[in-house]
Design a protein around this ligand. Structure first.
Ligand code: EPU
Length: 335
């Protein structure tokens, strides 16, 4: 279906008031035919669950491709392993619950991450010690301009922290479905301190992926605002990575600075840096940084694009001045 002047407010978890000149709803393969020279514009944007997309203008003068194809198909099963395809329009957390209920291990630590399946591969979602890339096998994509289907294997995507090659993709390419490999064997991942501490503190026994889903969901919900209540896009910034020498200097001055080993240096907690700069729970107009997690920008109701960009800029400047660290936005800003 093709719509004009479509209201995007229910389609972005930040809850921003905005409209799109054209929106094409892609519910199944036969809808792909509607993506053509007439329906496409100079600007085209693929939208899934809208949980990482921040529309800072009240009008998107282009075409939104809303991906809503559903389905979870079992591709292979043996005594130890399960391989399944999840279509991009599925809500990610529904896939997590489906797999956990079947007793399949692998994505339970990624419970309650907002968004749809298509987006999880774009930015290699990660939470509580797990990353999508660990169980991602491949994905199938469709290029509406070339009218071509293509399969990308895990190694083709150059997965990194909140990164895959789709992040920098200039050409329009729809992720159609994602193939995952899960395990029937118990594989508890309690590497993240907040999870491990909770297990010890509450004397929990994790004996199924569903137990882990319940625990992760509880820990997550205790810190992160529900977008249905308070509009947000999860982490607004990425956790920055600094050099070892820079970290040593910071550690001397701030001995309690949280840090994690990273591939190219030391990863810092952006939420901690922002809190030190005094922005935790701080509200400026219709926007602010969440009172329980300073990394989450929230919409108190009628946030305007300008307010979002100003607050982000102020925080970036402050973190740079105090810690000499550059923050990079994790959310996708649509100007
Ligand atoms: N911290 C503070 N103050 C804050 C927030 C955090 O001091 O206001 C400290 C915490 O005490 C902790 C450290 O910073 O020592 C890390 O905090 P947390 O465990 O909450 O995780 P995070 O690094 O802030 C990342 C992801 C989240 C993911 C969590 C859990 C990024 C950008 N964010 O946040 O992902 O849920 O780890 O694994 O990597 C998202 O992408 O939208 C998201 C929520």
């Amino acid at each position: 279906m093709i719509y004009s002047d479509f209201n995007l407010k229910p389609l972005n978890t930040f809850g921003l008031e905005t409209k799109a000149k054209t929106l094409i709803s892609i519910d199944n393969e036969s809808d792909l035919i509607e993506i053509n020279d007439t329906s496409l514009s100079e600007r085209n944007l693929i939208l899934g669950g809208g949980s990482n997309t921040v529309f800072v203008n009240d009008y998107f003068d282009g075409t939104i491709l809303l991906i809503r194809n559903k389905g979870i198909n079992l591709v292979h099963e043996d005594e130890e392993t399960v391989i399944l395809d999840a279509f991009s329009g599925e809500v990610w957390n529904d896939v997590v619950s489906f797999c956990a209920e079947k007793g399949w291990w692998g994505i339970e630590n990624l419970a309650a991450v907002h968004g749809n399946v298509g987006a999880v591969a774009v930015q290699n979602i990660g939470a509580y010690g797990a990353e999508l890339k660990e169980c991602f096998v491949e994905c199938l994509t469709y290029s509406p301009l070339k009218k071509e289907w293509k399969t990308y294997l895990n190694k083709d995507l150059d997965f990194g922290y909140r990164y895959s090659i789709f992040k920098n993709q200039k050409e329009l390419e729809i992720i159609w479905k994602v193939r995952l490999r899960l395990s029937k064997k118990m594989k508890i991942n309690d590497s993240y301190a907040a999870i491990r501490d909770k297990i010890i503190e509450e004397n929990l026994i994790i004996s199924s992926p569903l137990d882990m889903v319940n625990l992760v969901t509880k820990v997550r919900n205790s810190k992160l605002p529900d977008p249905r209540v308070l509009g947000n896009c999860g982490s607004f910034f990425k956790n920055p990575i600094v050099s070892e020498s820079h970290f040593e200097l910071l550690k001397k001055e701030y001995p309690s600075i949280p840090s994690y080993a990273a591939k190219d240096g030391v990863k810092l907690a952006a939420g901690w840096l922002i809190e030190q700069c005094g922005y935790k729970g701080k509200r400026i107009g219709n926007v602010g940084m969440h009172e329980k997690q300073a990394l989450i920008m929230v919409n108190f109701g009628n946030a305007k694009g300008e307010e979002i960009l100003n607050l982000a800029f102020e925080i970036e400047k402050s973190v740079k001045n105090i810690f000499n660290v550059e923050l990079e936005k994790e959310v996708h800003i649509i100007l």
